[in-house]
Design a binder for this molecule. Structure first.
Ligand SMILES: C[S@@+](CC[C@H](N)C(=O)[O-])C[C@H]1O[C@@H](n2cnc3c(N)ncnc32)[C@H](O)[C@@H]1O
Length: 396
């Protein structure tokens, strides 16, 4: 049997040849994640959790969704008792993975009071059909209970129509990025081509587009981000998050009154765009291992980047979002009662030590500063009808 080299997947090679032999890194990332037949998310191949390729906070256990659920419940109660009392509220999740977060959230809210889930629409916005199938399987039991869970595209939602909460956990890190590379004294756009001899995927380069050039200039004048950093060596490469602004704009236009909670890997610009970080932050994961070559296993592993804190906030505020606050996941979850949950395990699993230990490990991973605890929580809001002060326990 003929086996193909790890980074030489026929489907992608054919696609690249059809597109002229070279594609931008942005196109590469978009294909390997979102191609409906071969993409990691597009096809639904993505496996999350301990037994999959990588873990997300929600796939570890229901604890994460329950703790975020406390915050969601608190925001919903504040909305209901305030000027949104006569409005139907929605909780919208972007990029719902295998549905674990929505499942944990609804379970938590049902456990608190049947009135909350009954009075709220739960909406998932997920462009990848392969993932929608997984989500529908996971949430079937709630659909059978009559909980109002809808899958919609953003285009299906009318402008200024959302009153409620929008959540995106580990979604921005899955949006395709451009990569900028510094070679022979100038900035270029990283690209992917096929090596003629081996037919393997290789890095290549394309000229910088005028739009990319303008965006880099703007980041310098507005945020003081210098690309490349002054002491960058030949070959310095990093990401440029070209989709965040359009993604935020699409959401901004749909929200009437509400909160946007973004949770993701985030780095300050000074630690992101530094000469010391000479190869950016894009990494790929397969079987719980971070892989060195991000061109390996295209479509069969996760490919993920970090967000730059300042550019994300600037993108959001330029549109009109108000920044309520930013915090680390570890601190947010402790403020929402993680320590009490940890203590509760002792009582709950008195007779079942092995399950108690597993649950304890999952909880600790959520706050571990070298793991998920360093994730950043960004809380933005937009209120068109009336400026109101909303309390956010997670930011305390
Ligand atoms: C890392 S998973 C997120 C997992 C999930 N939120 C959780 O908590 O476990 C990334 C998800 O974002 C989805 N996605 C990718 N591009 C998206 C976009 N433009 N809008 C919304 N979701 C997107 C993927 O299909 C996938 O479901």
């Amino acid at each position: 049997m003929k086996s193909s080299p790890v980074n030489n997947q026929d489907w992608l090679v054919k696609k690249i040849i059809k597109m002229g032999g070279t594609i931008s890194f942005y196109e590469y990332m978009n294909f390997v994640l979102n191609d409906p037949i071969n993409g990691y998310y597009g096809s639904g191949k993505a496996e999350l959790g301990f037994k999959g390729d990588f873990i997300t906070s929600s796939s570890l256990s229901d604890d994460f969704a329950c703790l975020v659920g406390k915050q969601v419940e608190d925001w919903l109660i504040q909305f209901k008792s305030g000027f949104l009392s006569n409005k139907r509220l929605a909780v919208i999740e972007f990029g719902a993975g295998d549905g674990s977060f929505m499942s944990g959230l609804i379970k938590y809210l049902l456990g608190r009071s049947e009135n909350i889930p009954a009075g709220v629409s739960f909406i998932i916005i997920e462009p990848n059909e392969g993932m929608v199938k997984k989500q529908k399987n996971k949430l079937e039991k709630f659909l059978n209970l009559g909980i109002n869970i809808l899958w919609k595209s953003l285009e299906e939602i009318e402008e200024n129509n959302i009153n409620g909460i929008v959540i995106a956990n580990e979604v921005l890190d899955a949006l395709p990025v451009e990569r900028i590379t510094f070679l022979r004294g100038k900035l270029l756009r990283q690209a992917v081509s096929i090596d003629q001899k081996s037919r393997k995927l290789i890095f290549d380069e394309l000229p910088l587009t005028a739009e990319l050039g303008r965006s880099i200039e703007l980041a310098k004048s507005k945020l003081g981000i210098v690309i490349p950093p002054e002491d960058a060596f030949e070959g310095w490469t990093s990401e440029w998050h070209v989709d965040n602004s359009a993604w935020l704009k699409a959401i901004y236009e749909k929200i009437n009154n509400g909160i946007l909670l973004i949770i993701d890997y985030g780095k300050e610009a000074k630690n992101y765009y530094t000469s010391k970080k000479s190869n950016g932050m894009v990494v790929s994961y397969k079987n719980q291992k971070m892989m060195n070559n991000i061109l390996d296993f295209p479509g069969n592993c996760d490919l993920t980047s970090h967000v730059c804190i300042e550019t994300l906030i600037n993108d959001a505020e330029t549109l009109g979002f108000n920044t309520v606050g930013i915090t680390k996941q570890g601190e947010a979850l402790l403020a929402l009662g993680l320590a009490e949950r940890l203590y509760g395990i002792q009582k709950e699993f008195k007779e079942d030590l092995s399950n108690a230990l597993l649950r304890r490990e999952a909880l600790l991973r959520l706050v571990d500063p070298v793991c998920l605890g360093d994730f950043k929580w960004f809380v933005f809001n937009k209120f068109t009808e009336k400026k109101i002060n909303i309390n956010s326990t997670c930011l305390r």
